[in-house]
Design a protein around this ligand. Structure first.
Ligand SMILES: Cc1ncc(COP(=O)(O)O)c(C=O)c1O
Length: 423
């Protein structure tokens, strides 16, 4: 292998022929591998299975409250305490919900659209806009698209969203909020810097009812040597007199069971009261038995961190396999691609040469390896550069992952050579 960018036409044609032969070998293998979504693997799911064994007495709170019955919309006291520790806030600032934090985010956005928030002069409505740091989580963008917001893309940097762009955009009173994944962002695995958090807390949006949707989905999901700690947005906002600005979210979806975990939300007392008031007509209470199962099993933050160590042992080798393959196959080709080296979270972001992401993903798909669709991590599903590919290494077994990563690199190289020849 040599630097593609230094190759002449003849050399590129020769490389193309070689890559096509290798690719044909993958086609003949009839692969059937899925790396499209960030899902825990079976081994990870097995880690939490003991949680389902409970003594009937375990369902009763220390306060005497019976989790098996209706009531207690804000969640079981023990569960509020557990999530308060995870999010670094006070238990009275926390409500504990059902099986999905995305569902809570949807509900809070929906609340803004129906009724607005304590600072609103009218409900969020037609013509409202939302800031989407990209690449980001496709489902966030989908929620705000569904409610009719115009999605405004800002670039996701290693330090978090491009704050110069954010500060400029919030001068428009129609801009009502921003999506944030502050710790091990989806898909880059970046952590917000202290400066980014402080600027988000201190900025002065024209919309008085501007909200930060602080989705800390990966707050405890580190597999590096030391956990990264992002500044607490609620404390920072409070310091600036903007304590109603953030709504924090997290869940145990990737701690215990996706779709059968527990979600949580934290906000200032005034915001929390407002949110609970607006949830009251929606449900009598969430699944508190599941909340108690989680509390009994995970106990406290130390218990959660000990459990995450077990996940780390399963998934760290998987990230290493992919990174090793990218280093091995793509680095020698010159500056044709770059990729992130996350210390936590669920994804690696691969950036291929502009114009090559869709072709790379299609080549993989034709050979039986399904990746997240190119562009999925951008508002409206369109990556303006057609460069980003989200790699989700956790689900496949290591041997399959290695094959998938090898194929991905061959596809990335082939699409790059095709592009260079077309130029
Ligand atoms: C950033 C982010 N937030 C939320 C979710 C979904 O969370 P939940 O299962 O709690 O709805 C995901 C799942 O991939 C995610 O990546």
């Amino acid at each position: 292998m040599a630097n593609y960018l230094a190759m002449g036409k003849e050399e590129l044609l020769e490389e193309k022929k070689k890559l096509e032969e290798i690719y044909a070998g993958y086609l003949a293998r009839n692969l059937k591998l899925d790396m499209s979504r960030g899902k825990p693997c079976k081994e990870q799911l097995d880690l939490s299975i003991d949680m389902l064994t409970m003594d009937p007495a375990d369902y009763i709170s220390e306060t005497g409250l019976d989790s098996r019955n209706y009531g207690c919309l804000e969640g079981m006291p023990e569960a509020r305490r557990l999530f308060a520790e995870i999010m670094g806030v006070r238990p009275e600032e926390v409500m504990v919900g059902g099986n999905s934090s995305l569902n809570l985010m949807f509900d809070v956005i929906s609340m803004g659209c129906r009724n607005g928030f304590p600072e609103s002069s009218q409900p969020w409505g037609r013509g409202c806009k939302f800031i989407c740091p990209a690449p980001g989580y496709d489902r966030h963008f989908r929620v705000t698209e569904y409610f009719g917001f115009e999605l405004l893309t800002v670039k996701m940097l290693e330090t978090g969203p491009d704050m110069d762009a954010v500060e400029e955009l919030v001068k428009d009173p129609a801009v009502k909020g921003i999506w944030c994944v502050p710790t091990y962002s989806n898909p880059d695995g970046y952590c917000y810097s202290d400066e980014t958090v402080r600027r988000l807390a201190a900025m002065e949006p024209a919309a008085k009812d501007f909200k930060i949707f602080w989705d800390d989905a990966y707050v405890v999901h580190f597999f590096g040597d030391e956990p990264d700690r992002v500044l607490n947005i609620l404390n920072e906002c409070r310091r600036c007199g903007n304590e109603n600005r953030p709504v924090m979210f997290c869940s145990t979806s990737k701690i215990t069971f996706p779709g059968a975990g527990v979600s949580s939300l934290a906000a200032s007392s005034e915001m929390l009261e407002y949110i609970l008031h607006n949830m009251f007509p929606m449900t009598i209470s969430f699944d508190k038995m599941n909340q108690m199962r989680h509390v009994r099993y995970l106990k406290n933050l130390d218990g959660v961190l000990a459990h995450m160590e077990k996940h780390k042992r399963v998934i760290k080798p998987k990230f290493s396999v992919v990174l090793h393959e990218l280093d091995d196959q793509l680095l020698p080709c010159g500056d044709i691609a770059h990729w992130t080296r996350p210390r936590g979270g669920y994804f690696i972001s691969l950036y291929v040469m502009p114009g090559c992401a869709k072709r790379t993903v299609d080549l993989c798909k034709d050979a039986g390896v399904v990746l997240t669709g190119a562009g999925a991590a951008y508002p409206y599903g369109v990556d303006p550069e057609d460069s980003n590919i989200r790699i989700a290494p956790t689900f496949p077994p290591v041997d399959e992952l290695k094959i998938a990563a090898e194929l991905l690199c061959v596809a990335a190289r082939l699409s790059t050579v095709e592009k260079l020849l077309a130029q």
